[in-house]
Design a protein around this ligand. Structure first.
Ligand SMILES: [Zn+2]
Length: 104
């Protein structure tokens, strides 16, 4: 008995599609597929890629959030420090007694 060949059509760079000539390993919905053209295999690969993509995106988003939070924290702190220093300096310049009073 002759071995079944994969029925998958391959689109080359040029011209019309040609048939995959690899030996088929599985039959699904009446069509024979080699290992790499098995729709189940292709779907599993796509799912794997999607899972990896989602994971990477989630990780990258988490990293981005962390970076942003760090930036915000630094910015917030710096701004707060500057504001406080500035207002103290302003008060001291315009009305030195307030500072003297408040420190007593
Ligand atoms: Zn094939």
């Amino acid at each position: 008995m002759e071995k079944q060949k994969c029925e998958h059509k391959i689109w080359g760079k040029w011209g019309s599609p040609y048939q995959c000539r690899k030996n088929a390993v599985v039959q699904r919905d009446g069509k024979w597929h080699c290992k790499i053209h098995d729709p189940e295999y292709i779907r599993a690969k796509q799912e794997e890629r999607q899972v990896n993509f989602d994971k990477e995106r989630a990780e990258s988003m988490a990293r981005g959030d962390l970076d942003q939070a760090r930036k915000d924290a630094t910015k917030g702190l710096t701004l707060e420090v500057i504001k406080t220093s500035y207002s103290r300096a302003n008060q001291a310049i315009s009305n030195p007694q307030i500072i003297i009073k408040s420190e007593n």
